[in-house]
Structure formats: structure tokens, C-alpha cells
Design a protein around this ligand. Structure first.
Ligand code: FE2
Ligand code: FE2
Length: 289
């Protein structure tokens, strides 16, 4: 249930999505590419969110604004909850034969063994703010065009909840980066460009492994169709380009961009259904149809 706070972020205990239930392997319209695209992102979330928390924590003691302090606290709580739920989800993927442990180990060594070792604290916070912009971008965009219409209601509910919380805390890392770490434009943009390329690259590498394990037939065709679905005319990403590019503006701030209809609908439905995330997820998809 919601307890709206004055600083705009609500620390909710993660709802029960029924992820231990009998969920079809290809839960997004029976489509291997679309399903594995979201599954691959899910694999990256728990370690990624740990990285975000660590990078924001670097500056926690330097924050003098009590509102930002409270927002950081709830940001950490929300990302912690996301990590727990996605770990539960990832256990399902592991049971399907995907080498989740190996993927996570590799991701960990890149983020903590490489980036945290060789880059400045401001730069890794820049990577965090950049990743938060990309997740907020997807959160604003993925629920507005019926993409989740054919999804299993339980996983749809999980992604809707995650999307809503990503929107809620979308400015936290950015505010710490610009107001506390006082990172310059160069650091902000360079770290953003790096994340722009590394994030999809990792997602596609994980999907490649998943398709092999799944024994997906006609893989080149599956990739072609899938990449067109993502990047082609009317695809998922081209619609998000203006919002994506806004990050390059010197006066960019996360709260200046992204429409809030889906967010407000979810909050209202979640409250109306007394914390039933599946009902809230169903309602926002029905409203977008
Ligand atoms: Fe998250
Ligand atoms: Fe986040």
C-alpha cells in the first residue's frame, strides 16, 4: 500500500507477484525474442542495482539537503527490493537451464572489478545516473503502447511495479551527481555514452546464450525480426529517442521529461486494489489499449 511521502518516493515492501507459480517460459506473447529481451535485462538488475546503491552511497555523507537525504534513503530501499524480486525471477530462468551464475559473475567482475577499480567515483555515479535515465525512459515508454498486453499478468505486474518505482526515484542519482558530486558536463555525457553502448551489448550477449540453451530455430531470422521490433520503423526504441536525447541538454533534469499518465494510473489502481500489484498492472495495460 502507498504511504505518500513529502519527498515524492514511497518505500513499498515488494508485492507478492506469484513468481513461483506456473508461468510459461515465453511469457510475453509466446515470443522467444521479446521474452528473452526482458529476461536478459532482469538478469542484469540485481548486481546492477547493487552497483547503483554503492555509487550513490559514496556521496551520502556529503549530502546536506534533508530532502535529498530522504530521497537517497528511499532510493536505496527501492533498489534493494527490486534486486530481491528480480533474483527470485532469475531463479526461474536458472531452472530453465540458463547459466545465470556465470552471467552474474561476469557482470560483477566488470562493474566492481573494472569500473569501480579504474574509474573515479564521480564517473561511476555518472554511470548510475545514466542507467537510471535509461530505465526511466523504458519505464515511461514500455507501458504506454500495449507492449505488455500479451504478457503473463504476474510478470507484467512485476515490471509495472519496477517501472513505477524507477519513475518515482528517477532524479535521485542525477541530483547527487550534479548537486553533490558536482560532476561536470563531460563526465555526465561520457558516462552516459558508455552505458548507452554497454547496456544493450550485455543484454544481447545474454540473449545469445539464452537462444543457444533454448535451441531456438532459425536464429538469424529471429534476431532480424527482433532487432526490427526494437529499432525498426515504429519500433520500441525510436519512439523514445527525443526523451533519450534530452540527456545531452546542458539544462537537462529528469523531471522535465516523460509523461506521467501510466505512473498516476498505477498509483491510483494500486491504492484502489489495496496493494494488489497484479490488478494494478492489468489496469494500466487495459487503459493503454
Ligand atoms: Fe530498480
Ligand atoms: Fe533505479
Amino acid at each position: 500500500m502507498n504511504t505518500q511521502t513529502s519527498h515524492g518516493i514511497t518505500p513499498r515492501r515488494s508485492p507478492d507477484f506469484g513468481l513461483d507459480g506456473d508461468i510459461p517460459k515465453y511469457w510475453l506473447g509466446g515470443d522467444p525474442f521479446k521474452t528473452r529481451f526482458f529476461d536478459a535485462m532482469s538478469l542484469l538488475f540485481p548486481e546492477g542495482e547493487k552497483f547503483f546503491i554503492v555509487c550513490v552511497r559514496d556521496y551520502r555523507n556529503q549530502i546536506t539537503d534533508p530532502v535529498l537525504q530522504a530521497q537517497v534513503k528511499d532510493f536505496i530501499y527501492q533498489e534493494g527490493q527490486h534486486g530481491m524480486v528480480h533474483t527470485q525471477f532469475n531463479d526461474r530462468v536458472k531452472a530453465q537451464g540458463i547459466d545465470v551464475d556465470k552471467v552474474l559473475q561476469k557482470q560483477k567482475s566488470i562493474m566492481f572489478g573494472f569500473f569501480r577499480k579504474h574509474f573515479s567515483r564521480a564517473f561511476t555515479l555518472g554511470q548510475t545516473a545514466a542507467a537510471e535515465h535509461l530505465t526511466a525512459l523504458m519505464a515511461h515508454g514500455f507501458f504506454s503502447d500495449g507492449l505488455m498486453k500479451d504478457a503473463d499478468p504476474r510478470i507484467r505486474a512485476m515490471y509495472a511495479w519496477h517501472a513505477v518505482e524507477e519513475i518515482e526515484h528517477k532524479a535521485v542519482a542525477y541530483d547527487v551527481l550534479t548537486k553533490v558530486a558536482k560532476a561536470n558536463y563531460f563526465t555526465r555525457i561520457l558516462s552516459f555514452m558508455l552505458v548507452t553502448f554497454t547496456f544493450p551489448f550485455h543484454v544481447f550477449m545474454i540473449m545469445r546464450h539464452m537462444f543457444r540453451v533454448d535451441g531456438v530455430k532459425n536464429r538469424p531470422l529471429v534476431w532480424l525480426k527482433g532487432l526490427w521490433w526494437l529499432y525498426g520503423w515504429g519500433g520500441l526504441y525510436p519512439k523514445l529517442i527525443p526523451h533519450y536525447l534530452a540527456y545531452f541538454l546542458p539544462f537537462f533534469h529528469p523531471w522535465k521529461f516523460g509523461e506521467m499518465d501510466i505512473y498516476q494510473q498505477w498509483i491510483a489502481e494500486f491504492e484502489r486494489h489495496r496493494g494488489d500489484a497484479i490488478a494494478a498492472g492489468n489496469a494500466i495495460v487495459a487503459a493503454a489499449a
